[in-house]
Design a protein around this ligand. Structure first.
Ligand SMILES: C[C@H](O)[C@@H](O)[C@@H](O)C(=O)CO
Ligand SMILES: [Mn+2]
Length: 595
């Protein structure tokens, strides 16, 4: 498949609605140019600053005319429907007729920028139309600049830019999820509730469908050679040349033979190609006579059960998951796939949120251990220093961590994780060199396989997050911004060797606030709602919160400053003293976006 056809259908666009005072013979005419210019400025800002995960600039569509009343509102909607608009932004410098010009589509996230000026009352319209949105139960985001601008000022102030981009990013993420699939390969892994597919959640909250294949489908395609053999040869040669294989920590009697390991590796490479084909299809398969297999399942994310039936008998999925989740493979540098280990559907969704907001690869991990400074001192004799001084959380899992998580990409001399189009070949090589593929622990994985073993570089600003389902309440999202830290080698070795040393490790320290769930590092760990988290590069808590509010998923824990919270204006009507409680009430009243 070509890059742009990873998913079926076109990328969703942002529709821009310049609304205007409908009174002709003076008022409207005097405002046409200014209003349309605002729309053009917003369109330019968005396509200059935002990209889809395929690297292309986010596309916008401006209504053909300014919208002075319901006729033009309807024409704009018709144009947007044709153009696959998934998000709308209304802009205006003046008074307009609220309910007559408003965007009535309840499923497309909508924001309104009301120009803060004095010549014409853009802010009065903003307040009036938001009241109409609230009264009609169609939440909208209000954008009102802090400082008054003159009517002929053709710039977008910084605070407005920030809100437009936060809204647009989250809105595009919502639109990207819609009509895509989650593909479960296998079913529930070792009783992990996250791998029990909740179809209602996918359908009602995300607008997605669920697809299922049994893990035997991988076996069938391997045995019947239903994969691109040329690609396999290329992949095998690439792996042999670029992947470093680390030592076997299994006791002698438990080690797989050299021949078995070679077969395991070959199978792992085939599993990688086949899982990708299952997700997005592959035209090559049609040429081989497998038209049905060639179509794929329009999956924007998938999960592989692995443990235990597959892994008790066959090589585990770690290699496949790690490579697909990374921003590169034998075909070069490319957008990461979202593949959850243990078919943890809820972690896959969290990875999707992080990926669609940042376009970067995600690190899937167990939230494994809280190490207090005292416990570290006891077992290593060393004192934790710097950002790590008040304790650390060990993020570790056998599978899915993207190799981007090594921290071998750089910006201004600092470790980062970038969108794939900014990653260099040299950075790919460094990430590969920083990773050892180590024979899997055969007590856990009787069928062998290879785990990716690396240690993340320190000082990366990152955000860990997790969607949890709570009976009677529905989905909730938890978020912790913080930093990766690097420990002294001898401390890392001792701590790592107490657990499974063949897996990828990230040492994480959340930003603590001294209050609530962020009282201290221990309390963050103690409040984590499941065994897994998804780690995304950057401090993206505010973006995640905006996205969650669009989907009506309340946020049960976060360490983002109040002034950075950006939710639909209706949320304020549910209370302003305690934004968390208001979020719960609003999400409950509005219910999932697609129901
Ligand atoms: C090997 C083990 O079964 C791990 O896979 C297990 O600890 C987990 O990762 C649970 O999420
Ligand atoms: Mn796990």
């Amino acid at each position: 498949m070509t890059e742009n056809s990873r998913y079926i259908g076109h990328m969703p666009k942002i529709g821009i609605r310049p609304t205007i005072d409908g009174r002709r013979k003076g008022v409207r005419e005097s405002l046409e140019e200014k209003t349309m210019n605002m729309a053009k400025m917003v369109a330019k800002l968005i396509s200059d600053e935002l990209n889809y995960n395929n690297s292309q600039p986010v596309e916008t569509v401006i209504a053909d005319t300014c919208i002075g009343g319901v006729a033009e509102a309807t024409k704009a909607k018709a144009k947007f429907d044709k153009e696959n608009v998934g998000v709308t932004i209304t802009v205006t410098p003046c008074w307009c007729y609220g309910s007559e010009t408003m965007d009535m589509d309840p499923n497309r996230p909508n924001a309104i920028w009301g120009f803060n000026g004095t010549e014409r009352p853009g802010a009065v319209y903003l307040a009036a139309v938001l009241a109409a949105h609230n009264q009609k139960g169609i939440p909208a985001f209000g954008i009102y600049g802090r400082d008054v601008q003159d009517i002929d000022d053709q710039t977008i102030p910084e605070d407005v830019v920030e809100k437009i981009l936060r809204f647009a990013k989250a809105g595009i993420a919502v639109a990207m999820l819609k009509d895509k699939s989650y593909l479960s390969i296998g079913s529930v892994s070792m009783g992990i509730a996250g791998s029990m597919v909740d179809e209602g959640f996918f359908q009602d909250y995300l607008g997605m469908r669920n697809e299922y294949v049994d893990m035997t489908e991988l076996n069938r395609r391997i045995n019947e050679e239903i994969y691109d053999k040329e690609e396999y040869e290329k992949a095998y040669a690439w792996v042999k040349q670029n992947c470093a294989f680390g030592s076997d920590t299994n006791s002698e009697g438990n080690q797989r033979s050299k021949e078995q390991k070679e077969e395991d590796l070959k199978m792992n490479i085939k599993m990688t190609i086949i899982t990708r084909d299952l997700m997005e299809g592959n035209l090559k398969l049609a040429e081989m006579g497998y038209e049905e297999e060639a179509m794929g399942r329009n999956a924007i994310a998938s999960g592989f059960q692995g443990q235990r039936q597959w892994t008790d008998h066959l090589p585990n999925g770690d290699f496949m998951e790690a490579i697909l989740n990374s921003s590169f493979d034998w075909n070069g540098i490319r957008a990461p796939y979202m593949v959850a280990t243990e078919n943890d559907t809820l972690n896959a969704v969290t990875m999707l949120f992080g990926h669609l907001l940042t376009n970067t690869a995600q690190v899937f991990a167990d939230v494994r251990t809280y190490w207090s400074p005292e416990a570290v001192k006891r077992v290593t004799g060393q004192k934790l220093e710097g950002k790590a001084q008040d304790g650390i959380i060990h993020l570790l899992n056998s599978g899915s961590a993207a190799l981007d998580g090594t921290g071998q990409q750089e910006e201004d001399g600092k470790p980062v994780m970038k969108p794939y189009w900014d990653i260099t070949k040299e950075e790919v090589n460094k990430s590969l060199q920083a990773t050892k593929w180590r024979p899997a622990n055969t007590e856990y994985f009787r069928g062998g396989g290879f785990s990716s073993n690396f240690k993340s570089k320190g000082d990366m600003p990152v955000t860990i997050a997790r969607v949890n389902l709570v009976k009677g309440l529905g989905p909730v999202l938890q978020i912790a911004e913080g930093y990766t830290v690097e420990l002294l080698d001898e401390v890392h070795e001792i701590l790592n060797n107490r657990t499974d040393p063949t897996w990828p490790t990230t040492w994480f320290v959340p930003n603590v606030t001294g209050e609530g769930a962020f009282r201290d590092v221990y309390t963050v760990m103690n409040n984590w709602g499941a065994n897994h988290c998804a780690m995304s590069y950057g401090h993206i808590g505010a973006d995640l919160i905006t996205l969650a509010s669009m989907l009506r998923i309340p946020v049960n824990m976060h360490n983002v400053k109040d002034e950075n919270l950006f939710r639909p204006s209706a949320w304020n009507m549910f209370g302003t003293q305690d934004p968390e409680a208001a979020d719960y009430r609003a999400c409950q009243i509005y219910g999932p976006l697609y129901r």
